[in-house]
Design a protein. Structure first.
Ligand SMILES: [Zn+2]
Length: 119
């Protein structure tokens, strides 16, 4: 799972598709009001490792709290493939929803639980 490779992913209906250059280390599950409800399993990567292949016009966006993270989801099927935000040092980061990666078997990963609810 440590191997860095090009992985493809996207929403359920197929309108949104992306590629990401990443391993599957350091995955997190968060218990905040947003991530927990969506069941997100996240991998953070620099924006340079991410390419949206199709679906820019199909994406809707949700922000909350301090509105620093753009949670982007397909307006047709509702699936959130990724979010976009800033790291503390100002770098643009993508939070990939590992559940939307095509080449990852369900449950074939482990994620650390992060207590986002208490932040
Ligand atoms: Zn969709």
């Amino acid at each position: 799972m440590a191997e860095t490779m090009t992985r493809r992913g996207g929403c359920q209906c197929g309108k949104v598709a992306f590629e990401v250059e990443s391993d599957l280390e350091g995955l997190i599950e968060c218990n905040c009001s947003h991530c927990y409800r969506k069941g997100l399993v996240l991998k953070f990567v620099p924006a340079s490792a991410f390419r949206l292949m199709q679906g820019e016009g199909e994406l809707s966006e949700h922000t909350f709290n301090q509105h620093r993270i753009k949670h982007r989801f397909c307006r047709t099927c509702g699936v959130q493939s990724f979010a976009e935000g800033q790291s503390p040092d100002g770098q643009t980061m993508m939070a990939i929803n590992v559940r939307t990666l095509a080449d990852v078997e369900p449950w074939d990963w482990t994620a650390e639980r992060v207590d986002g609810r208490s932040f």
